[in-house]
Structure formats: structure tokens, C-alpha cells
Ligand binder design. Sequence first.
Ligand SMILES: [Ca+2]
Length: 109
Amino acid sequence: MAKRNRNEYDNDVVFEDYFPSMVEKLGAEGFVNELCKGFCLLMDREKGAITFESLKRNSSVLGLSDDELRSMLRAGDLNGDGSLSQMEFCVLMFRLSPHLMNRARMSIA
Ligand SMILES: [Ca+2]
């Protein structure tokens, strides 16, 4: 019986550990696409943005405490509306990984 290995977003995936190998594998453009998928997983579907509540629902996946979730929100919330838009989320993820940012800039430019 052939087994398909498509469940890359299972609960045991740790985001930060996953980044470098993902960029290797996907290239910067593919990495951004994966970020967008990550955003869709984490966002509040009614608001279309990541909120503290929507992060909290996924806190077991992220492995972060309430305080860490709050500081993640604060760090990424550029316009101060208390939630992360898709753009803010991508910017935050890149900021959390400075060397990835450099590589992405090189391949996008
Ligand atoms: Ca915001």
C-alpha cells in the first residue's frame, strides 16, 4: 500500500526549525507561498487577520506561551490595530529570520 506524505502541517512541525530547510527546498518565492499558507492556518477566518485568540487556538502547534504569543503580536503589528494582516505576518516572519531575509532579497531582486 502506497502511503502519501502530504501532512507537512502536522502538529509536530516547529516553525523556526522548519524555516531554513524550507527555504533550501522551495526558494524564496516558494517560501513566501508557504508563509501565506501558514498565515491562513493561524488567522481568524472572520476577521481575515491573525489575532491573539486565533494564535491561542493554535498555541499547541506553535509551542508558545501566552506571553510569547502577545509579544509576537506586538512585534508584528505595524499599524497598531491589535492583529496581524497577511503582510504584517510575512514581514514579522522574515524579521525573525534575518539571514533568510538577506537570501530572499537576493533572489527576489
Ligand atoms: Ca496590524
